[in-house]
Design a protein around this ligand. Sequence first.
Ligand SMILES: Cc1cc2nc3c(=O)[nH]c(=O)nc-3n(C[C@H](O)[C@H](O)[C@H](O)COP(=O)(O)O)c2cc1C
Length: 198
Amino acid sequence: MLKVLAIVGSPRKGKNNDTLVDYMLKGIAYDKKRPVSIEKFYADKMHVASCKACEGCGRKKGCVLKDDMNSLYQKFDEADIVIISSPLYFNSVSSQLKAIIDRNQAIWSSKYILNDSLINKDKRRLGYFICTAGMPDEPNLFDATLPIMELFFKSINTIHEGNFFVPNVDQQPIMEDEAMLQKVHALGVELAKKAATL
Ligand SMILES: Cc1cc2nc3c(=O)[nH]c(=O)nc-3n(C[C@H](O)[C@H](O)[C@H](O)COP(=O)(O)O)c2cc1C
């Protein structure tokens, strides 16, 4: 069973990021011969407090804050495919998503301070990042998100398989762009095939 975890970083249900994630998930589940379990979460609806930098995770495995992040650590661990999406906010990822990313400090500490990893470092996982921007395309539009997502996928020992960047969604919503939706669907199909070979 292929386990897929998707997190939508936009607070807007049914809009660009949500729709792109849905199409990628449909692509992943396309081959009915391959059983898939999918969990999709909206960062905005999750209870995830900002990291308090208390350094508790450097003393004892896990995070001292008790909220939805505790189950997410486990879901990251168990997933074969992790899809993260975000609207571009001030050239970065949304604050809802960034709160989740920062809380992965507990995973970092478990590995590099406690030497007792919160997640299985040997498990092979594939990660994909989807990001939309309101502005028309320009060179380097999405660049600031890249080192953030590299580090995030590294924290959960996941191969950062690729990015799907869509500019100009404020003028041209993705919900009306069938060609783009088919493209992300096809990426999902390929992702599922690749994950099955890991
Ligand atoms: C707080 C905020 C900051 C934004 N900053 C940017 C930005 O820096 N660059 C850009 O191209 N679009 C920016 N936008 C537009 C969003 O990226 C765009 O509306 C979004 O990708 C739509 O995604 P959604 O429909 O999934 O919410 C911003 C929007 C908001 C609300």
